[in-house]
Design a protein around this ligand. Structure first.
Ligand code: IPE
Ligand code: MG
Length: 232
């Protein structure tokens, strides 16, 4: 959800106003995804590297997150949205962690849609944690080195049980993944939108989906293989 700061700056507003509008856009985009038949949305809300930002911006972001949860939990429940979080929550302040844990618990049985919020998340940190778990399992004799395969790794990532992303959208004209779902995005289609996140409307989402629909996903196969039905 990139570009909140630049959206605000372009309007002569404080950065936090951009984040506030960005949070409102997120609430709307969840409805838009449900309307469009999408099953899972993962948003990068706060990266493990975002701690480098000024303290006032960080605390403003956390207060905003707490407010969004409080103000919109009933809306999520009404629409049967299951909330999940990936990232290291232990470093989050208690006033964010507690309502988050409550919201995750309150929505855990919903299946209509999954909203995954990446909070204090970094793909490299996630891979390091999974690797450490594998090493511990091997040392403890629960796992043989030759049993370390992709499913063994994937089941130790924070996204265990979630589908790999089909489409990754990066807003505000930046062309990089910035430590987001690096392993899970192996075959994701990536669409770059030039608008800042607060301007990423349902129409913008439709444009990104239309772009996605034009892509041919071959997963390593030749175009011919893809278009020729297998012979018996
Ligand atoms: C929001 O946009 C992303 C968050 C980390 C909350 P930015 O804050 O990165 O906005 P820009 O990139 O400065 O415009
Ligand atoms: Mg940014």
């Amino acid at each position: 959800m990139d570009g909140n700061g630049r959206w605000a700056a372009a309007k002569g507003l404080p950065r936090l106003e951009g984040h506030r509008r960005g949070a409102e856009r997120l609430i709307e985009i969840v409805d838009d995804c449900l309307d469009l038949g999408i099953g899972t949305l993962t948003v990068f809300a706060f990266s493990a590297e975002n701690w480098k930002r000024p303290a006032e911006e960080i605390s403003g972001l956390f207060k905003l997150g707490e407010w969004v949860l409080r103000a919109h939990l009933s809306r999520l429940e009404r629409r049967k949205v299951r909330l999940r979080v990936i990232g290291d929550l232990s470093a989050m302040p208690e006033f964010v962690r507690r309502p988050l844990a409550d919201a995750i618990e309150a929505t855990r049985d919903f299946t209509a849609f999954e909203l995954v919020v990446a909070l204090n998340y970094g793909a490299r940190q996630e891979i390091v944690a999974a690797t450490r778990q594998l090493a511990e399992d091997v040392v403890a004799g629960r796992l043989q080195p030759d049993q370390v395969d992709w499913p063994a790794v994937a089941s130790r990532l924070q996204t265990a049980g979630l589908p790999d992303p089909d489409l990754i959208i990066r807003t505000s004209g930046e062309h990089r993944l910035s430590n987001f779902l690096l392993l899970q995005s192996a075959y994701a289609e990536i669409v770059f939108a030039s608008v800042h996140w607060p301007d990423f409307t349902k129409d913008q989402l439709r444009l990104a989906l239309a772009e996605y629909a034009k892509r041919e996903r071959r997963f390593g196969m030749t175009p011919e293989q893809l278009h020729t039905p297998p012979t018996a």
